[in-house]
Design a protein around this ligand. Structure first.
Ligand SMILES: Cc1cc2nc3c(=O)[nH]c(=O)nc-3n(C[C@H](O)[C@H](O)[C@H](O)COP(=O)(O)OP(=O)(O)OC[C@H]3O[C@@H](n4cnc5c(N)ncnc54)[C@H](O)[C@@H]3O)c2cc1C
Length: 265
């Protein structure tokens, strides 16, 4: 059977805007511009590289509101063969546990797969939990923060750097990896592939009825956590120009740094 490389991608807000629902805060995904999570772009690149060497097809999978289709179409332009969006009001308000549970159900519905690739983390919630949780739900071997991966028969050799230590691991397939920053260059996007991706009805949509899920484990209902408070971090910067001869300017800069405790007093 030909390999299937499944990449989970998330559309993230360029800037978070929150709305209040009952006692909890949620990201208001209807009011913000969405972009493809940058780490997921790297996961797509790795999957397309694996397909070029091993054959098969690359499928991208996302759970989100209807507008998340834009991110899937962007992925199609990077050489992905097929895209599936899990979208249903019943999936809304999911925390990482309910998200991973639903994505795992989507992968089961896809049927055969060789490798699932997730981004290492997202720009918005940034928990890095969804990949490892999916691996638990699907009972798969997993490696996080992978930089490079090559396929060898029925296993995957991966390399990652953690705390300055380079590790090489061998995973039997099927498996799940999360893809981190240190990777090969991403290919440039051809205009013709963008036109093709946005012109063809290649995105399949699956709702709650299409998946084998327990209604108590999806969306808001199935979430173990709620965000009950949020704060937007703001910081301001101001500059100061010191006009003096070099030695005097250096003394004044040193004085400022000492007063602000930057040099440890
Ligand atoms: C304590 C807590 C409470 C929260 N409460 C709420 C809430 O009340 N309402 C709310 O709307 N959100 C809430 N969220 C946000 C919500 O959990 C996340 O949007 C979602 O679960 C994905 O988590 P993440 O962005 O941290 O993914 P990460 O684990 O950082 O993502 C890693 C990778 O997993 C994959 N992935 C993640 N999400 C998806 C997806 N949707 N589709 C496909 N692939 C995906 C991607 O490959 C991604 O790169 C909460 C988060 C936390 C931590």
């Amino acid at each position: 059977m030909k390999p299937t490389w499944v990449v989970c991608i998330k559309q993230v807000p360029r800037e978070p805007v929150f709305k209040r629902t009952g006692d909890a805060y949620q990201i208001d995904r209807d009011r913000v511009e969405g972009i493809l999570n940058p780490y997921d772009r790297r996961a797509i690149e790795l999957a397309v590289n694996l397909k070029e060497k091993q054959g098969g097809e690359v499928v991208v999978l996302s759970m989100g509101p209807p507008q998340a289709e834009e991110a899937l179409r962007e992925a199609l332009a990077f050489g992905v063969d097929r895209a599936v969006l899990l979208s249903d009001p019943a999936f809304a308000g999911a925390d990482t546990l309910a998200t991973a549970y639903t994505l795992a159900a989507g992968v089961r519905k896809l049927g055969h797969f060789s490798l699932i690739l997730c981004g290492a983390r997202t720009l918005d919630s940034d928990t890095a939990q969804v990949g490892p949780q999916m691996a638990e739900f699907l009972d798969l071997p997993m490696a996080a923060y992978v930089g490079k991966a090559t396929c060898k028969e029925r296993s995957l050799r991966v390399e990652r750097t953690l705390d300055g230590v380079r590790e090489r691991l061998l995973l039997p397939l099927p498996a799940l990896i999360t893809v981190a920053g240190q990777m090969q260059a991403e290919r440039p996007l051809a205009l013709s592939s963008v036109e093709e991706a946005f012109g063809k009805p290649k995105v399949q949509r699956w709702g709650r009825q299409d998946l084998e899920v327990d209604p108590g484990r999806i969306g808001w209902e199935g979430s173990a956590t709620v965000a009950d408070e949020y704060a937007v971090w703001k910081h301001s910067r101001s500059g100061e120009i010191i006009q003096a001869k070099p030695a005097e300017a250096a003394d004044r800069i040193l004085d400022i740094l000492v007063k602000r405790n930057v040099l440890g007093g």
